[in-house]
Design a protein. Structure first.
Length: 214
């Protein structure tokens, strides 16, 4: 099983590299889009971005990869948006208050999730369920993804080599598997918090405290 998964991962990375080299920045956009479309088990498109840093302009890589990954991440948003139908009307009403609570720090939170290795679907699936503004979610996500890919492109092969020197040449598949398991676990926690917390009470309390400070 380990050998099979490792071979599949290696072939996938090689295919992505070939796509990028054949089609340039459009190819980089495509591999980032495809990589970000995976909801629970992330495809290692950032590994390819690492290796392309010395072949293409890192700034243009960041633009192409940032746009592709930002668009791809909204597969989670759409899943939450249309999955909302299976949620009870009472839960949906309470989640409207979560949107109001989220409005205050929403853009910063989305940017940080897009900028860091945090699994974006942990955030975008709940945003879709809440029917959070698509435009208000996309802009900080795009800025965060462009920034992240700019950093990744400049990091280059050196960072990959360090990881492989520590964990061995066959460590890529382990990172992908653990990332998927961790992502599912964290997503479960986020969803439980969303449905168990009474966001209406939190919002009412927040409004009262804000009025007292005036």
């Amino acid at each position: 099983m380990q050998v099979l998964l490792q071979n599949v991962l290696q072939q996938l990375v090689e295919w992505m590299q070939q796509l990028a080299q054949n089609y340039g920045y459009f190819g980089i956009f495509l591999i980032s889009l495809i990589g970000a479309l995976s909801i629970f088990f992330p495809l290692p498109y950032t590994v390819v971005i690492f290796t392309l840093g010395g072949l293409f302009d890192p700034f243009l890589i960041a633009i192409a990869a940032g746009l592709g990954s930002a668009v791809g991440e909204f597969s989670g948003y759409l899943l939450g948006y249309y999955g909302r139908k299976v949620i009870s009307a009472e839960r949906r009403r309470k989640m409207e208050f979560m949107v109001r609570v989220f409005d205050r720090f929403g853009s910063i939170t989305i940017f940080l999730f897009a900028l860091t290795p945090l699994p974006d679907d942990l955030l975008f699936i709940p945003l879709g369920i809440m029917r959070y503004s698509l435009l208000r979610a996309f802009i900080p996500a795009l800025i965060g993804k462009v920034s992240m890919n700019f950093i990744v492109a400049y990091s280059g092969r050196h960072a990959i080599q360090i990881i492989r020197d520590i964990f061995g040449e066959g460590s890529d598949w382990i990172a992908v598997l653990l990332g998927g398991v961790l992502g599912i676990g964290l997503l479960t926690i986020v969803m439980v918090v969303m449905f168990k917390v009474d966001w209406e009470k939190i919002f009412v309390k927040y409004v009262k405290e804000k009025k007292k400070t005036r």
